[in-house]
Ligand binder design. Structure first.
Ligand code: 0L1
Ligand code: MG
Length: 264
């Protein structure tokens, strides 16, 4: 249930927007509003999406977050979340990504879905997601929590759009029925060293389950997922911190590799 007044939602949204666009850390929102609910977090995120679209950003899709045990354990939470993705967050493969406009950049490997049919909740299933999927492709998400010292809770993370910041996709697109998306392996290398590895089943047992969960949360927000959406299903492994000079290579079984560099 939304408990915050419209005035408070707008004020907290402006706080998050300032931290995102000017890259500074802020205290978690629940320090001031300890009784804030998840619905309040989504109300702030929805206001942020409204503002960005008003400013000319194009909504291109959504991300599921905190969908693997590794991520939930790393962040000390037990429920997945969703966030929106815009054209301004996309970066090309093999590019050099600046960290000067980010606060706490970290990377994670994800399976992305591109849809060819509309999907809606409240009872969307993984089977429906797979039937509505045009193709899947590998992605690296660069998340950036805007909360000081990584001290946050789910309500604050949701308001901060699930730490969404940048993403890169590419590699090799495949039809989902050509792959076993549960056993699909991924290896994350930083500066030539393997730092994380896992199988996509880490994501709620099957990444399509995470997309179904996302569609059902969208239903609660009064939204559907239109055909042509780009959806990231959540980090398979724990997120890895990056700094200027780092080179990241994510190798996905069957889906090719994605490389990026980080610069000041
Ligand atoms: O993409 C995600 O899994 C969202 C993570 C949100 C919390 C964090 O910043 O790690
Ligand atoms: Mg992610």
């Amino acid at each position: 249930m939304v408990t915050l007044s419209r005035e408070d939602i707008v004020r907290l949204c402006e706080r998050v927007e300032g931290a995102q666009t000017r890259a500074y850390a802020i205290p978690k929102l629940t320090d001031e509003y300890p009784n804030m609910t998840m619905a309040d977090g989504y109300a702030i995120q929805t206001e942020l999406r409204r503002r960005f679209i008003e400013q000319g950003h194009a909504l291109i899709g959504w991300k599921a977050g905190l969908t693997s045990r590794a991520k939930m354990k790393q962040m000390g939470v037990d429920v997945p979340s969703i966030g929106f993705l815009t054209d301004r967050m996309a970066r090309p493969e093999n590019s050099s990504i600046s960290v000067s406009d980010l606060v706490h950049p970290r990377v994670e490997c994800e399976v992305a879905f591109v849809t060819k049919a509309d999907l809606s909740g409240p009872d969307c299933t993984a089977e429906q997601v797979l039937a509505a999927t045009d193709y899947v492709l590998p992605a690296i998400e660069i998340i950036d929590s805007r909360f000081s010292g990584f001290k946050f809770d789910l309500e604050s993370v949701v308001a901060d759009n699930g730490s969404s910041a940048r993403f890169v996709s590419g590699g090799r697109a495949r039809y989902p029925d050509e792959l076993d998306l549960r056993t699909l392996g991924v290896v994350l290398e930083k500066n030539g060293e393997i730092v994380e590895m896992g199988a996509a089943a880490e994501v709620l047992g099957h990444p399509a389950e995470a997309v179904a969960m996302l569609v059902n949360i969208l239903h609660d927000l009064g939204e559907t997922l239109p055909a042509g959406s780009f959806v990231m299903s959540g980090g398979i492994t724990a997120a890895v911190a990056v700094q200027p000079g780092d080179h990241i290579n994510a190798r996905f079984q069957e889906l090719g590799s994605i490389s990026i560099r980080f610069e000041q």
